[in-house]
Design a protein around this ligand. Structure first.
Ligand code: HEM
Length: 507
């Protein structure tokens, strides 16, 4: 057993038992974050704040909400909104936070895509993030059902009905999900359980995984620079705070985050007090009526894009369902659809930047058309946009990223086969046929070096070597490594250069 000394204070007593100081050091004061990041890197903390608001306000709402089809609507619209002190405030806060959470999830997600933070070591961060998106979507959908208004009821009818369309198991699955043959009391109570208990627990677990997954690969940065965190942290701790490329999570990184969180909270307060209706559908202020279908059924704004993919194939519900299923899981495999392992922001990717902005425009279009009635020209525009979305994700992304990688690697191969300046070509046979002469050796190597060095300069050395084509002669790789690091030393080096130049000569 550990040897405990007599503690001089309660803090010391607890620290001996819980290692509080060490924990704070590992998690906060000596957890290193790159300095070169912008405000977009604060949205993770914004999301954590909004989730906390959702939990706290949800607890208050739960005290008065009744998960019963005969009482749910009144418990929300009458009891909470009119009878309970500040009940309206908690409801507005909950609804506005739910809408904002999706706005910031999308911004956070597309920031990750823009800066390439989803691949090359950050796959688990990404997958846990998409899992958060899916669990938040389930929480948003189940929560939307709880007021038991017209839209709650009919949205539940449509979405649970989708499962019924799955071949073979569909009808049984739909009954299993609803807990009844139709959307009714059993459906409401189980969605209530999901919304207030199971999903929040899963979300908390996945948020922990998401944050933990950040530790090994570290947070990305604006320039996608490969930072040696250990060395930079030592610099920082030694007092060179300006020269170091990293800063501690606490207090530096959090100070910036708190500033952005405050700005978001100002927007949040404005929406809660002056514009809360943006998060609520007027049709949902009518009680659910299974005998009266609303003229036009649509989900909340954050589901409109995937809903439009579902409706886009208006001539075949089966195809629509497949497209909808793909749209909901495709982001999980994004790290493998992008065929270029190099992490770069979109503005430095000559082809992929067009892909990224086309995706943004397509998603915005899908969101707009998702709210319009799917008739006439709208139906065809929805179809084109759905095809565009699937094409961008399944076809354009792998092809463009692979092409971009090849284009980038091309110059790394070119110097090896390019005819070299005369001096090199004439030295070549000498170097390859006779024994190496000490004086000419470095010369031969040097003649190749500047070209290869240019390549090494154009791209990180790690990538130029790791991603070099398999057919590339070994000697070329050796030259590149040398050229990008130090002057030639070994005896085999000139020979390699000689062999190379003789090949060039032959060409
Ligand atoms: C409630 C939900 C979420 C919370 C609380 C959360 C929290 C965080 C935090 C605190 C960070 C580190 C700082 C930052 O970049 O903001 C982060 C990074 C990251 N998150 Fe999330 N996140 C959530 C949802 C998501 C979703 C839905 C995705 C993507 C589908 C995602 C993908 C990422 C990625 C790729 C990074 C790494 C960014 C980098 O290295 O630069 N997150 N998240």
């Amino acid at each position: 057993m550990a040897n405990f000394k007599k503690a001089n204070s309660l803090g010391e007593w607890l620290d001996q038992r819980l290692w509080g100081k060490a924990f704070i050091k590992v998690m906060m004061t000596e957890y290193w974050v790159p300095k070169k990041i912008n405000f977009l890197w604060s949205f993770g903390m914004v999301l954590a704040t909004l989730f906390t608001i959702l939990v706290v306000t949800g607890i208050f709402l739960m005290m008065y909400y009744k998960p019963d089809v005969n009482m749910a609507f009144d418990s929300v619209n009458h009891t909470i909104m009119q009878e309970v002190a500040f009940g309206w405030l908690f409801r507005h806060m909950h609804a506005v936070a739910a809408s904002l959470v999706f706005l910031f999830i999308y911004i956070h997600m597309f920031t990750g895509i823009y800066y390439g933070s989803f691949k090359s070591g950050r796959e688990v961060i990404w997958i846990s993030g998409v899992l958060l998106f899916v669990t938040f979507s389930a929480a948003g959908f189940s929560g939307y059902m709880l007021p038991w208004g017209q839209m709650s009821y009919w949205a539940a009818q449509v979405i649970t009905g989708l499962f019924g369309e799955i071949p073979l198991i569909g009808p049984d699955l739909a009954v299993w999900i609803r807990g009844d043959y139709a959307v009714d009391d059993a459906t409401l109570t189980r969605f209530f359980m999901l919304h207030v208990f199971l999903l929040p627990i899963v979300i908390i677990g996945v948020i922990c995984l998401h944050m933990y997954a950040l530790r090994a690969p570290h947070v990305n940065n604006e320039d996608n620079e490969e930072i040696d965190f250990e060395t930079e942290a030592k610099k920082y701790l030694a007092g060179n705070k300006v020269g170091s490329k990293v800063m501690p999570f606490w207090p530096k990184f959090m100070a910036e985050d708190i500033f952005v969180v405050c700005l978001v909270l100002a927007l949040f307060c404005f929406l809660v007090f002056y514009s809360y209706d943006f998060a609520m559908d007027p049709i949902n202020f009518l009680p659910a009526d299974s005998m009266k279908t609303p003229e036009h059924i649509y989900p909340e704004w954050y589901f409109l894009w995937s809903y439009e993919v579902l409706r886009g194939f208006f001539f075949s519900s089966g195809l629509g369902l497949i497209a909808f299923a793909i749209a909901n899981v495709i982001f999980f495999v994004l790290p493998w659809l992008d065929r270029d392992p190099l992490v770069l922001p979109m503005h430095k990717r000559p082809l992929m930047k067009y892909w990224f902005w086309s995706l943004m425009v397509t998603l915005a279009g899908l969101t707009i058309y998702g709210k319009l009635p799917p008739t006439g020209a709208n139906a065809w525009i929805g179809f084109v946009l759905s095809i565009a979305f699937l094409g961008l994700m399944l076809v354009a992304l792998p092809i463009l990223s692979a092409r971009e990688r090849k284009n980038r690697e091309a110059p790394a191969v070119a110097p090896a086969f390019n005819p070299k300046p005369k001096a090199t070509a004439t030295q070549a046979p000498k170097a390859s046929t006779t024994a190496p002469e000490p004086k000419s050796e470095p010369k031969a190597a040097e003649a190749v070096a500047p070209e290869s060095a240019k390549v090494a300069e154009a791209q990180p050395a790690k990538v130029s070597i790791a991603s070099a084509p398999k057919t590339k002669p070994k000697t070329t790789q050796a030259q590149e490594t040398k050229a990008s690091t130090t002057a030639p030393e070994s005896k085999s080096e000139p020979k390699a250069a000689g062999e190379q130049t003789s090949k060039d000569g032959k060409q």
